[in-house]
Design a protein around this ligand. Structure first.
Ligand code: GLU
Length: 310
């Protein structure tokens, strides 16, 4: 696999992004991911893009897109290019799927969750599907055993090098399996759409929460299958509520307060271990971001998986 060492010199081409799903408003945890990716991009003299991952209408919350964009605006986290909406990119995803079909890297599958329960929910080679006209709805799965440039390590283990978390390894059979790229309900799977969009947007660096690290090797497999370069990855720790659960939209984490963005920005810089000085508390949003860019040191987040929200 391509080396994933993080570039630290300024003026190298750098395109980063923040890619929220509109399943709810931004909360403190999402601000951390947005801010870390923004600061990393700008401290490298790079660009930072916003992409709306609105692929799954049944899971969307009314007005979530507007609320997310309003929050990013309030925190002055402005996209350097027009915002991309995944809901408008179906043709591009279909073209990539057609390539995967042509190259025999995906297969149609009607296996139900119940059928897969006997194998811990992981589909691996053994397909229970019978595709015929009586079973019109099928998913497309990526054949995880297809030869790609991902080199296998010890048996069926694959790995990548994360800038913050070091080597991350998974087993094809136990952790990854033949994953879905287009769902039975004909919606595009996050894994496929993300890989295609990162490629088309020229994304070189992905800075996001460690809750997404599990997806990275699937994404690397698709990048290899589609002959796309692999971006560098840095997975930052997640913020936990007092009960130890990750702050998330699903856990109904409170929406970010938009009335006092500097309070949260200072706290976010502090949570990200950047040690903002006390006197920065009274600075403007713009000044805080400038301070953050000038002092950004992502390495202080190495080997940390979670931290209590402040
Ligand atoms: N849309 C995903 C989410 O909100 C994040 C995708 C990514 O950063 O790769 O969890």
């Amino acid at each position: 696999m391509q080396s994933s060492s993080h570039d630290t010199t300024a003026n190298i081409p750098y395109i980063g992004r923040f890619a929220p799903s509109p399943t709810g408003p931004l909360h403190f945890g999402s601000l951390l991911a947005a801010l870390a990716s923004y600061l990393d991009a700008h401290s490298h003299g790079g660009k930072w893009l916003i992409r709306m991952e609105d692929l799954d209408p049944p899971r969307e919350m009314p007005n979530a897109q507007e609320r997310i964009l309003e929050a990013l605006d309030t925190y002055h986290l402005f996209s350097d290019e027009p915002i991309v909406y995944q809901s408008q990119r179906s043709d591009i995803y279909q073209q990539a799927l057609d390539r995967l079909i042509k190259n025999n890297l995906v297969f149609p599958c009607t296996c139900s969750r119940k059928q897969l329960n006997v194998v811990n929910g992981i589909h691996f080679g053994n397909c229970y599907s019978v595709i015929d006209s009586n079973v019109p709805a099928f998913a497309w799965r990526f054949n995880c055993q297809s030869p790609t440039r991902l080199s296998l390590k010890q048996g069926d283990k694959v790995s990548f090098q994360d800038m913050l978390q070091g080597e991350f390894q998974q087993s094809l059979q136990q952790d990854i399996g033949d994953f879905v790229v287009k769902r039975k309900d004909q919606l595009w799977a996050y894994q496929l759409a993300m890989v295609i969009d990162d490629y088309h947007q020229g994304v070189t660096h992905v800075v996001r929460g460690i809750d997404l690290i599990d997806s990275t090797l699937r994404q690397n497999m698709l990048q290899a299958a589609l002959n796309y370069p692999e971006p560098n990855y840095a997975h930052i720790p997640v913020a936990c509520a007092a009960n130890g659960q990750k702050l998330s939209k699903q856990n109904l984490a409170p929406a970010l307060d938009l009335s006092n963005p500097t309070k949260n920005l200072w706290l976010a810089l502090s949570w990200l271990r950047q040690k903002p000085p006390e006197k920065l508390r009274t600075a403007s949003v713009k000044e805080m971001l400038e301070w953050g860019i000038a002092h950004w040191d992502i390495k202080v987040l190495s080997n940390i998986q979670s931290q209590a929200a402040i």
